[in-house]
Design a protein around this ligand. Structure first.
Ligand SMILES: C[S@@+](CC[C@H](N)C(=O)[O-])C[C@H]1O[C@@H](n2cnc3c(N)ncnc32)[C@H](O)[C@@H]1O
Length: 484
């Protein structure tokens, strides 16, 4: 019997099947000869310091005003913890600063719980956290981010780095006029799903290709596509037709669980999520590749060597915000990940800089100038990395301290701005000519997500000025389709 698997089920198996999945069976290599490294790993322990400091700022007001009662245990729940580096470094930082006026109140009451779907990675996380587990302040549990649950009271925060961009996505093709095709994966010659997975487990070479499967009912997907209709119409009007979209079906279930953990009787918390992606405007722009694979030099497609590759997708922060609002939470802040730095946790300040340099020596850089230069390069990469965003979610009305985190980026569909195809390119260039930016052709083109591109052109701190100067050249969602 021939069977096409939905693309999402195929990539989920490749990543998470406990027998052969890249994460599920622990194929992933962190550390020496790593397939890839995340910022928490590459900048260990400094990244954990930034997170500890940011959490102290975020939880300060609720701890003072009683929304987090003074006698309640304080929980930090990290979901999707990889090799446990962030958990270990955040806890080390908190514990070592028990006397600090800001970090101290957290340190005294903290319990750090790591939840992961991969049994193999849970073992690695337990090893990384061994001293903290022994001291009774950490634990590692089985938890699926597609349905996170918490028993009993919860006061504290949920933390995730590069989790949501790793949840298996559907691949959809959006046609002008509203038709939607759902992509599947099938083997040549055709075989049943069971036979296919057995071949993957045995490491046999397989010829796989994309095909289509029926569009299963999914109200959350349909609601998102309806909300994004003006952006989809603009993309079609720009000639991107048919239009591919990776739809993250795990986000609604994740946010459902998050809402049940962060709000309600005996509960109050915030979520700090760091990930890469963009607004829906960006994720719907086919001029960028929104799927990436890691693990083997030259690998480009998730259909190559199933189970041997990491597969990740750009996260749609607009989807996250819209779903959060539907589920009674709010996207309280969206900004570049560099918002995690502060005066107290400055990567190039006297405390953290030596640690970042030491990390480069541990990686093989010669002590002295070479390690300094490597460290400088890594810090610049952290501060300017395209698409890397930090998001705060929580119950409505909670204040995120602006003095610490800055202004939030626009993410709602009607607040998105994009370069209009009819804008005068020369006048646009002139409007920002004095700002020392790369040539306008590289980042000012019709239909792009301007804020995403501003982060790419390393001028993120000047985005308010750039948006103001370019206001006459911008189109609102749906306007390109209407005028085009
Ligand atoms: C890209 S790694 C990031 C690891 C770590 N947060 C970091 O930044 O170094 C993704 C992690 O999320 C975990 N993960 C993926 N899907 C998950 C799910 N549905 N529930 C819980 N953990 C999941 C993986 O097992 C892995 O530990």
């Amino acid at each position: 019997m021939s069977e096409a698997l939905a693309f999402r089920d195929f990539v989920d198996g490749c990543l998470y099947d406990p027998r052969f999945g890249y994460y599920g069976a622990g194929v992933v290599r962190f550390g020496d000869e790593a397939h890839y490294s995340t910022f928490p790993q590459g900048m260990s322990p400094a990244f954990g310091w930034l997170v500890a400091d940011s959490l102290a700022w975020l939880l300060d007001a609720p701890m003072r005003d009683g929304r987090i009662p003074p006698d309640a245990p304080l929980t930090l729940l990290e979901i999707g913890a990889g090799d446990g580096a962030l958990a270990r470094d955040t806890l080390d930082r908190l514990v070592s600063r028990a006397g600090d006026p800001r970090l101290g109140p957290l340190a005294e009451r903290i319990r750090y719980v790591v939840g992961d779907r991969s049994p193999t990675l849970r073992e690695r996380q337990r090893r990384a956290l061994a001293p903290h587990i022994e001291a009774g302040r950490a634990e590692v549990i089985a938890l699926d981010a597609r349905a996170p649950r918490w028993e009993g009271p919860f006061y504290g925060a949920v933390v995730c780095n590069e989790l949501l961009s790793n949840l298996a996505c559907d691949k959809l093709i959006l046609h002008r006029g509203g038709g939607v095709t759902r992509v599947g994966v099938t083997a040549r010659p055709p075989m049943s799903a069971d036979t296919l997975w057995r071949a993957v487990a045995a490491g046999e070479a397989l010829a796989l290709e994309e095909t289509t499967v029926p569009l299963a009912p999914d109200p959350a997907r349909d609601a998102l596509l309806a909300a994004l209709a003006p952006l989809i119409a603009d993309a079609h009007a720009l000639g991107h037709d048919p239009l591919p979209l990776y739809y993250n079906a795990g986000v609604p279930a994740f946010v459902d669980g998050l809402a049940s953990i962060l709000a309600g009787p005996d509960r109050f918390g915030l979520a700090l999520l760091v990930d890469y992606g963009g607004t829906s405007r960006h994720v719907l722009d086919p001029r960028f590749s929104h799927l990436r694979v890691y693990g083997r030099v030259g690998a480009e497609s998730p259909l190559e060597t199933p189970g041997q590759l990491d597969i990740t997708w750009d996260l749609d922060f607009t989807q996250l915000g819209l779903v959060a609002e539907e589920r009674g939470l709010e996207l309280l802040h969206l900004g570049h990940q560099s918002m995690l730095e502060s005066v107290a946790a400055d990567l190039w300040g006297p405390e953290l800089r030596p640690l970042v340099v030491e990390g480069r020596v541990a990686e093989g850089a010669a002590p002295g100038e070479e390690a300094e230069l490597e460290a400088e390069r890594l810090v610049a990469e952290f501060r300017e990395a395209d698409g890397f965003r930090a998001v705060v979610l929580g119950p409505p009305g909670v204040e995120v301290p602006r003095v610490r985190f800055g202004e939030s980026d626009p993410w709602r569909v009607d607040a998105l701005v994009t370069i209009a195809p009819w804008a005068d390119r020369r006048a646009m260039g002139e409007a920002v000519a004095d700002l020392a930016l790369p040539p306008p052709d590289e980042w000012l083109y019709p239909g792009c997500d301007l804020v995403a591109n501003i982060s790419a052109v390393e001028a993120y701190a000047e985005r308010a000025t750039i948006l103001e100067r370019l206001a006459p050249f911008l189109a609102r969602p749906g306007e390109i389709a209407r005028r085009g």
